[in-house]
Design a protein around this ligand. Structure first.
Ligand code: ARG
Length: 457
C-alpha cells in the first residue's frame, strides 16, 4: 500500500492498493523532454501574466532545467506510485526548489497537460518519419536512374504480364512513399494545435496567454474547444494510419524482395549485411529484414485499430482509457521509423541479377500485347488483334516455345497484315514504345525519377 507522492491526496484517506498502483501506472516515462518543455512554457506564461509571482516562475523554470539534467543523465528512477511522467516531473521539481513547485500546476490539469505532451510527441515523430522517408525516396530515385533501362518482367496476378524496367518498378514505391510523406505532413499540421489552457475540460479561470505558450512551443495555433482538446485523440489515430499505410507499402516491397531472393525468381542476391542464416541448413540465406518488416505491418495495423477501438465508445471529455493513447503512437513510430531507415540502407546493397531479369522479361509471352498493337497500327481493330495473337499464343504453348520462335508462315496465315519485322519486336522495343508520361520507357523513367526528386525538396 502506498500514499507517497500523490498529487491528489487531500480527498483520500485510505492508501492505494499496490495492485491498483501497478494497474493504473502509465507508459509515458520516455516523454519527460516534452513534459518539461511544456511546463517551462506554462510557468513562464503564468509569471508574465502575474498569475503566479514572477520570482516563483523563475525558480520553477530553473528547477525544471535541473530536473531535465537529471533525466538526461539517467538519474531518475521510475516510481509507479507517481502514475505518470507529469507527476514525476512535479515531484522532482519539489525536490529541487521546494514550496514554489506547488504553483506550477496553477490553471492546468493533467488532462490538458497530457494532450499537450501527446501532440508534441506525435509532432516529433511526424518530423522523424518525414526525414526518414525523404532519405529513402532519394535512394529509390538514385536506383531508378541507375536501372532506368534495365528490363524485368512486370506482373499482374503474379503472372508475367508485360516487360517493364526495374527503375519503373522501384519508382512505383517512390510514389507510394511520397504520398506517405505527405500524410505525415498533413498529420503534423492537424497535430500542431496547442491544447494547454483547456484545463480538465472547461477551460481555466485565469487570464492565460495561450498564444504565448503556443509560440514558445512551436505550435501553429491554439485549440478552440476545451472539451475537444482534452477528449479527442484523432491525431493519434491519424498518425497510426500514416504509419500503418507506410509500413504496408514497405511490406509489399518486402514481399517482393523475399520472392526475388528465392531461387525460383533469382532476381536479387541478398547482401550479407542484411541477411541472416539458418541454424540447421548451412546453405540458407534468408531475407529476414524484409520478413520482419512485412510481419510488423500487422503490428501497425493493430496500433491503428487499437486507438480507434479505444476512442469508439468514449463519452466526452477525458476518460482514463485515453492513457492508453501513448502505447499506440509510441509503438507505431518506433516500429515504422527504423523500418524506413533500414530500407534506405538495404536497397542500394541489393545485388540485382540484371541478365536474369532481362531474360525473364522476354519470356512467358510477355510481348503478346505488343504483337497485337503491331496489328492495330496496321489498321486491325484491337479486339480482333487480341484474338489473332491469342491463337498464336495457344499454338506456341502447344509447341512449348516462345512467340518469336514460331515460324513466320504461322503469323502470315493468322493475318495477312504480319510482315517479317514482327519477329523483331523485342523487350527493348516494347519498353521504348511506352513513351508517354507515366510509362516505362527508359527516358520517361529518368524523367519521373527527376520529378520525384524535385518534389522531395
Ligand atoms: N496518466 C493520465 C494519462 O496519461 C493522466 C491523468 C489524467 N487525469 C486523470 N483524471 N486521471 O492519460
Amino acid at each position: 500500500m502506498s500514499t507517497e507522492g500523490r498529487t491528489w491526496g487531500g480527498r483520500f484517506e485510505g492508501a492505494m492498493h499496490d495492485l491498483t498502483r501497478d494497474y493504473t501506472a502509465g507508459m509515458d516515462r520516455d516523454l519527460w523532454e516534452f513534459d518539461i518543455a511544456g511546463s517551462i512554457a506554462h510557468a513562464r506564461m503564468l509569471g508574465r501574466q502575474g498569475i503566479i509571482p514572477p520570482a516563483d516562475a523563475d525558480a520553477i523554470v530553473r528547477g525544471l532545467e535541473r530536473v531535465r539534467e537529471r533525466f538526461r543523465r539517467g538519474e531518475v528512477a521510475w516510481r509507479p506510485e507517481l502514475e505518470d511522467i507529469h507527476t514525476h516531473v512535479e515531484v522532482l521539481l519539489r525536490e529541487e526548489i521546494g514550496e514554489p513547485a506547488g504553483r506550477l500546476h496553477t490553471a492546468r490539469s493533467r488532462n490538458d497537460q497530457v494532450a499537450l505532451v501527446n501532440r508534441m510527441a506525435v509532432r516529433a515523430f511526424c518530423d522523424d518519419a518525414r526525414a526518414a522517408l525523404r532519405d529513402l525516396i532519394a535512394v529509390i530515385c538514385d536506383l531508378a536512374e541507375q536501372h532506368a533501362a534495365d528490363p524485368m518482367p512486370g506482373y499482374t496476378h503474379v503472372q508475367r504480364a508485360q516487360p517493364i524496367t526495374l527503375g519503373h518498378h522501384l519508382l512505383a514505391y517512390g510514389e507510394m512513399l511520397l504520398r506517405d510523406r505527405d500524410r505525415f505532413t498533413d498529420c503534423r499540421r492537424r497535430t500542431n494545435v496547442m491544447p494547454l489552457g483547456s484545463g480538465a475540460l472547461a477551460g481555466a479561470p485565469y487570464p492565460l496567454d495561450r498564444e504565448m505558450v503556443a509560440r514558445e512551443l512551436g505550435f501553429d495555433t491554439i485549440s478552440r474547444n476545451s472539451i475537444d482538446a482534452t477528449a479527442d485523440r484523432d491525431f493519434v489515430a491519424e498518425f497510426c494510419f500514416a504509419c500503418a499505410t507506410t509500413q504496408v507499402h514497405l511490406s509489399r516491397l518486402s514481399e517482393e524482395i523475399v520472392l526475388w531472393a528465392s531461387s525460383e525468381y533469382g532476381y536479387v542476391r541478398l547482401p550479407d549485411a542484411f541477411a541472416t542464416g539458418s541454424s540447421i541448413m548451412p546453405q540458407k540465406k534468408n531475407a529476414d529484414v524484409a520478413e520482419l518488416a512485412r510481419g510488423r505491418a500487422g503490428r501497425l495495423i493493430g496500433e491503428l485499430t487499437g486507438i480507434l477501438a479505444t476512442l469508439k465508445g468514449l463519452p466526452l471529455a477525458y476518460n482514463r482509457d485515453l492513457q492508453e493513447d501513448k502505447t499506440y503512437y509510441l509503438a507505431a513510430g518506433r516500429t515504422l521509423i527504423p523500418t524506413v531507415q533500414i530500407f534506405a540502407a538495404m536497397l542500394p546493397a541489393l545485388e540485382f541479377d540484371l541478365p536474369r531479369m532481362r531474360e525473364a522479361a522476354g519470356q512467358g509471352y510477355s510481348l503478346a500485347t505488343d504483337i497485337a498493337d503491331y496489328l492495330v497500327k496496321k489498321g486491325m481493330p484491337f479486339r480482333e488483334a487480341h484474338a489473332v495473337v491469342g491463337r498464336l499464343v495457344r499454338e506456341a504453348e502447344s509447341r512449348r516455345c516462345e512467340l518469336n520462335e514460331l515460324p513466320f508462315e504461322l503469323y502470315r496465315s493468322a493475318s495477312s497484315l504480319f510482315e517479317p519485322d514482327v519477329l523483331d519486336i523485342t523487350v527493348d522495343a516494347a519498353l521504348a514504345a511506352r513513351d508517354i508520361p507515366g510509362g516505362t520507357a527508359p527516358a520517361r523513367v529518368r524523367e519521373a525519377a527527376r520529378e520525384l526528386r524535385d518534389l522531395l525538396s
